[in-house]
Design a protein around this ligand. Structure first.
Ligand SMILES: O=C(O)CCC(=O)C(=O)O
Ligand SMILES: [Fe+2]
Length: 310
C-alpha cells in the first residue's frame, strides 16, 4: 500500500454493482479509502472548517463553560489533554467538540441527548448540522455498497444507523510548543464506531498501519473524503472488513508550529443494535471471532478505555 485507494462515488448512480465491488475490495484490503465525487458541497466543508477555527480560537475559559464534567465528552467541549489512545501512556495533543444527532422532541433513545451550542458563535450550529447531515447521508451510501458486498440486501444497514448516536467531531491540534513532548497529536488507535468519514485533515500527520507493520502517510487528492471502517463494523463482519490502526504524528517544522484541524464523522449503530458477526462472514477458515454485544454496551466499554467515561 503506497497510500489509500480512491473510490469514485459517481459509480453509485452509474453502476452500483461495480461500485459495491470497488468499495468492498478497497476496505477488505486496506480498511481505509478516499471518496471522490462524493457530492458533499465543497463550500459547506470550507465553511465548517472556518467556523471550527473560530470556535477553537475562543478563550479557554469560554470553551470550558461548554465542558460537561462526567458527560463522557458526548456533547460539547473536551479540553486539551483529556483523551488517551487505548493502552497509551501519554494523553493526545488535541481538543475537540462533539455534536450528536439533532432530534426534534422526545429522543427515541436516551443516548441522543441535546446538543450544546456556543453562544459566542451563532453560525456554528447551522454549518455543523449541515455537514453532519451530508456526511450521515454519504455514510449510508457507502454502507449500502458494503451490504451488497457482504451478501445482504442493499438496505440492510438503513434501519440500523438511522437513529445512531453518530458524532461529528471538530478537532483542533494546537501548535506543538514542547518539541520534546512524549505525547503525539493522536496516538495509534482504531475507531470504535461503524464507519468514519473525515474532512479537513489537510495538514500532514495522519498515517495508517499497513499489514507489513509500516506506517503509511495518508495522501489524498484534493477534495476527497477519507472513509475508514471502525471496530463495530469489523466485529459485525467477523473481521472481513478490518478496522485499521491509524495515528496523527507530530509533524516536522514548519508544520509543528501551526495548528491542525480535522472533522471526523463517527457513524454509529442505533444504541439497540446487536453487533453479532454475520453468518455470511463466518467460514471454516474464519470461524466466529466475537460474541454478540449491544452497540451501546460496546461503546461504553470502549469509552472507558480511552478516558472519556470514568
Ligand atoms: O485528525 C485526523 O486526521 C484523524 C483523527 C482521528 O483519527 C480520530 O479522531 O479518530
Ligand atoms: Fe481515528
Amino acid at each position: 500500500m503506497k497510500s489509500i485507494p480512491h473510490i469514485d462515488m459517481s459509480l453509485y448512480d452509474q453502476n452500483f454493482e461495480d461500485f459495491a465491488k470497488h468499495v468492498g475490495e478497497g476496505y477488505e484490503k486496506n480498511g481505509f479509502v478516499a471518496l471522490t465525487k462524493h457530492g458533499v458541497d465543497q463550500q459547506l466543508i470550507e465553511e465548517a472548517l472556518d467556523t471550527c477555527r473560530e470556535l477553537f480560537a475562543l478563550p479557554e475559559e469560554v470553551k470550558k463553560q461548554y465542558h460537561i464534567p462526567g458527560g463522557g465528552g458526548a456533547r460539547g467541549y473536551t479540553p486539551f489533554g483529556t483523551e488517551i489512545a487505548k493502552d497509551a501512556k501519554h494523553v493526545d495533543l488535541k481538543e475537540f467538540w462533539h455534536v450528536g444527532r439533532e432530534i426534534e422532541g422526545e429522543p427515541p433513545f436516551k443516548q441522543l441527548t441535546p446538543n450544546i451550542w456556543p453562544k459566542e458563535l451563532p453560525e456554528f450550529k447551522d454549518k455543523i448540522l449541515k455537514l453532519y447531515r451530508s456526511l450521515d447521508a454519504l455514510g449510508l451510501r457507502v454502507l449500502e455498497a458494503l451490504a451488497v458486498y457482504l451478501g445482504q440486501p442493499r438496505d440492510f444497514f438503513n434501519d440500523k444507523v438511522d437513529l445512531g448516536n453518530s458524532i461529528l467531531r471538530p478537532l483542533h491540534y494546537p501548535p506543538i510548543v514542547d518539541e520534546g513532548t512524549p505525547s503525539v497529536r493522536a496516538g495509534a488507535h482504531e475507531d470504535i464506531n461503524v464507519l468514519t468519514l473525515l474532512v479537513g485533515s489537510r495538514e500532514p500527520g495522519l498515517e495508517v498501519l499497513a499489514k507489513d507493520g509500516s506506517w503509511i502517510p495518508v495522501t489524498i487528492i484534493e477534495g476527497a473524503i477519507i472513509c475508514n471502517v471502525g471496530d463495530m463494523l469489523q466485529r459485525m463482519t467477523n473481521g472481513v472488513l478490518p478496522s485499521t490502526t491509524h495515528r496523527v504524528v507530530n509533524p516536522p517544522a514548519p508544520y509543528s508550529s501551526k495548528s491542525r484541524y480535522s472533522i471526523p464523522f463517527f457513524l454509529h449503530f442505533n444504541p439497540d443494535v446487536i453487533i453479532d458477526p454475520l453468518d455470511s462472514c463466518i467460514t471454516e477458515e474464519n470461524p466466529k471471532r466475537w460474541d454478540a454485544i449491544s452497540s451501546d454496551d460496546y461503546l461504553m466499554e470502549r469509552l472507558r478505555e480511552i478516558g472519556l467515561v470514568k
